[in-house]
Every structure is written in structure tokens, then in C-alpha cells.
Design a protein around this ligand. Structure first.
Ligand code: PLP
Length: 449
């Protein structure tokens, strides 16, 4: 029997990424407030938010300084824009700060409101750039199966998950996918991580050569795959991939929407995984998820081309009403100030070994095949048989059941395709809270058996 609020939900909301017919029966989990790493439902029941909302609330809940930054900017100037050369100080200050922080050569920052828009912008700019350079055929984009880059038509085309393609008439032509870099599932028996990485780089090279290097514009990758299963790349993966990309003048886009701002214990995931991208997409933790903000770094060569094109074509024909929204920028400035002042990212790196020890201990559980991560993110895979790595029938919905048990134990984690469960708590989590999170997850796994 659904509560009144749940019934109203079921009758009115089209929920993103939700099994719609099941939802009519189960109803929603309605959350009301949060404090630190905890969120509370309408009955007052607390949960450890083991997913930072959707991989974003790095500073946890009810951070008074973020709330105050939003309040002050709302009172001062709640909206203005960056179109036609208009500007405002929060956008300027935030762009300066991000330029300093970016681990890649950065001339400018372009702002939008989400990760999908950021990645959509990456595609449009890669195309625009190659048109400007007189190589209009160099347009194809290569991504990875199980990569997640968002839901706009271009970003969903780069996303490598069946749910984003089936019956959506996607991916668009010109968007290709190569293998998921997942050693546990993809490696040959006895193949080392390094050899597996070399094999994946060879596959990428074959793909580029088959398509014709003069037709391939960019390769996009998350440092650690998030929504595709919280999957860590094998050792040596990015250097091997990078060598191929530079041979054929293919741009590397790092999708740092999850990994950016400390998730892997470094400011950006690229720094943790020896990845040297040409450009970075960011969103989520840039504001600790408190208000929507996304963006990309613009490298100096692209910046020069964009300015040149304006001479030729007139105004730069891209941007949204909320590109550089002043309240979002003010909150991001404050979030970055807190990350720096409170050594939040160094703190995440210090807590990571404990988090990873607790996570990898779950690999001993009799229904867990793999439990692996980096920094304060991790993924585990539930299997029916550990020795053969055989999976449960998809219909069993075993990861969904585990996540439902976790919820009953007072823990929010997320199930993902392939019977994977992701854990990605706020970076401010304490060692005791890490223990409590994994104790609850262990109990949920025990009940899932
Ligand atoms: N890129 C990555 C790596 C993501 O994890 C996400 C969302 O989870 C996106 C892009 C899309 O971001 P948004 O949902 O803000 O559009």
C-alpha cells in the first residue's frame, strides 16, 4: 500500500532511469533532508548516502557555507548571462580558478549546466575545429562500450550502454565503440593487466586504421568508468591508448564528470591514471552537486581557432541560457575554496587505503566475483559462481535485490548493468562511517545469497 505522497509521485512523475512498470508497484524512496553523509526519508529513517546522490555531493549534505554562497548570490544577482559579451564576476573568478586547477593546457573555460551538455559541446567543438582546419571528413568519435557520457543525442551516442541505444535510434552514424577496459571480464586466462592494455590499444589502432585516421576526430573516456559499472582500467591502459591517439592526431577527451574534484584522491582522475587529455569535461562535484553546473576546458589551439572562426563566420553559435549561471558559479567558487582550505582531496587520498581495504575484503564473500576501486570509488560484481565467474540470469535482478537489502540496512548504493554495485560516498566520510558503510553492505550481501 503506497503512502499518499508515493501515490502522488506514481501518478505524476516520469522518473529518469527507472523501471517504470515496477515503479508503479514499489513507489519511490522519498528523501526529505540530509546532514553530513546521511540522508533522511519522510519517516525520519537515516541512510548513509553511499553514492553521494548521483556521484556528486562530495561535501555531503547541509554544508552551511555552500548554502550561504547560493543565498548571497541569489540576493545580489540571481541571473545574468554570458551571451553577446555580457559577464559577471562569479563566472570570471571561477574560470580563473579552474584554469589554474586544470591538469591540461587551458586557455578558456566554457560553462553549461550538466555533464551531458559538456560532452555534447565537446563533440560540436571537435567538429567545428576540424571544419575550421579544412578537414571536414575528420568527424568520427570513438568511445567505449559501457562508457557513460550522458543522454543528449551526441552524448548518448557516445555512451556505450544498451539502455541508451535500444529503441532510441542511437548511436548516430559516426559514433563507434571499442572494448570496455575490464580486466576481470575481458582478459584472456593468465593475461596480465599490461598485456591486456596493449591488446586494447591494438584494437583501438585497428579501429582507427579501418575507419581511416583522417576520419577520426576524438576518443572519449572516463578515467574510471562510473555508470557502466564502476570499473577501473587495467594497468598501463591510458599510456597505451594515448600513444595510439597521438599517432593519428585524434583528440583525447577526459570525461571527468565523476572523477573530477577529488574522487580518485587527486583533483582530476587523469592525474591518478597517467592520462594526458587534450580537454576535460566536468560537472557534478564542481558544486558538490548543490546546483547544476558543468563545463569544459578549451585548449589554446582550439581557442585560437574559435577566435579565427569568429572573424570569418561572425558570432560563436553555441551556449545555453544557463551557461555560467551566477548562482552555480558562486557555489562552485565556495566548493573549491572548501576543497582547498579543508584539504578535502588530500583527506580523500588519506582515507582511500582504508576504504579500498574494506572494499577488496568483499571479494572473499561467496557471491562477489570482483571488488575493486580507486580513491573513494569502488565497484563490486555479484556472481552465481566465483570459480567460473558465471553470472545470475539477468531476470534474477540480483544486484537490484542487494541494493534493496542495503536500503533496508540504512545504506544507499547503486546497482548497475552486469550485476554490479557501485559505492561512491561523499569525500568527507570519516573512517568510522566507512566501516559502517561496509558493515551494512556486507549484511546486504549476506541477505542476497
Ligand atoms: N559523464 C559521466 C562520466 C557521468 O557519470 C554523467 C552522469 O552521471 C554524465 C556524463 C552526464 O551528466 P548529466 O547527468 O549531468 O548530464
Amino acid at each position: 500500500m503506497l503512502s499518499n505522497l508515493a501515490t502522488r509521485d506514481v501518478e505524476t512523475l516520469l522518473h529518469p532511469y527507472t523501471h517504470l512498470s515496477n515503479h508503479r508497484r514499489t513507489g519511490p524512496l522519498v528523501l526529505e533532508r540530509g546532514e553530513g553523509v546521511h540522508v533522511y526519508d519522510t519517516e525520519g529513517r537515516p541512510y548513509i548516502e553511499g553514492m553521494s546522490g548521483l556521484w556528486c555531493t562530495a561535501l555531503g549534505y547541509s554544508n552551511a557555507e555552500l548554502v550561504e554562497a547560493a543565498r548571497v548570490q541569489m540576493g545580489r544577482l540571481p541571473f545574468t548571462h554570458l551571451f553577446s559579451g555580457r559577464s559577471h564576476d562569479p563566472a570570471i573568478e571561477l574560470a580563473e580558478t579552474l584554469k589554474e586547477l586544470m591538469p591540461v593546457p587551458t586557455a578558456k573555460i566554457f560553462f553549461c549546466s550538466s555533464g551531458s551538455e559538456a560532452n555534447d559541446t565537446q563533440v560540436k567543438l571537435a567538429w567545428y575545429y576540424n571544419n575550421a582546419l579544412g578537414r571536414p571528413q575528420k568527424k568520427k568519435i570513438i568511445a567505449r562500450r559501457k562508457g557513460y557520457h550522458g543522454v543528449t543525442i551526441a552524448s548518448a551516442s557516445m555512451t556505450g550502454l544498451p539502455a541508451n541505444h535500444m529503441d532510441w535510434d542511437l548511436p548516430l552514424p559516426g559514433f563507434l565503440h571499442v572494448s570496455t577496459p575490464h580486466h576481470y571480464r575481458g582478459a584472456e586466462p593468465g593475461e596480465s593487466e599490461e598485456s591486456y592494455s596493449a591488446r586494447l590499444a591494438a584494437e583501438l589502432e585497428e579501429t582507427i586504421l579501418r575507419e581511416g585516421p583522417d576520419t577520426v576526430a576524438a576518443f572519449i573516456a572516463e578515467p574510471v568508468m562510473g555508470a557502466g559499472g564502476a570499473i577501473l582500467p587495467p594497468k598501463g591502459y591510458f599510456p597505451a591508448i594515448q600513444a595510439v591517439l597521438s599517432r593519428y592526431d585524434v583528440r583525447l577527451i577526459a570525461d571527468e564528470v565523476i572523477c573530477g574534484f577529488g574522487r580518485l584522491g587527486t583533483w582530476f582522475g587523469a592525474q591518478a591514471l597517467d592520462m594526458r587529455p587534450d580537454t576535460i569535461s566536468f560537472a557534478k562535484a564542481v558544486t558538490s552537486g548543490y546546483v547544476p553546473l558543468g563545463g569544459i576546458s578549451i585548449d589554446p589551439a582550439l581557442d585560437e581557432v574559435l577566435i579565427g572562426q569568429s572573424e570569418k563566420l561572425g558570432g560563436f553559435g553555441h551556449g545555453t541560457t544557463y551557461s555560467g549561471h551566477p548562482v552555480a558559479c558562486a557555489v562552485a567558487i565556495k566548493a573549491i575554496e572548501i576543497y582547498r582550505r579543508d584539504r578535502v582531496i588530500e583527506g580523500a587520498a588519506e582515507k582511500a587505503p582504508h576504504f579500498q581495504r574494506r572494499l577488496s575484503a568483499l571479494a572473499d564473500h561467496d557471491i562477489v566475483g570482483e571488488a575493486k576501486g580507486l580513491g573513494l570509488i569502488g565497484g563490486l560484481e555479484i556472481v552465481a559462481d566465483k570459480a567460473s565467474r558465471r553470472q545470475y540470469e539477468p531476470k534474477a535482478g540480483v544486484a537490484a535485490r542487494c541494493v534493496a537489502f542495503a536500503q533496508e540496512e540504512g545504506l544507499i548504493v547503486r546497482f548497475l548493468a552486469g550485476d554490479r554495485v557501485a559505492v561512491c560516498p561523499p569525500l568527507i566520510i570519516t573512517p568510522d562511517e566507512i566501516d559502517s558503510l561496509f558493515d551494512r553492505l556486507t549484511r546486504a550481501l549476506d541477505r542476497t545469497r
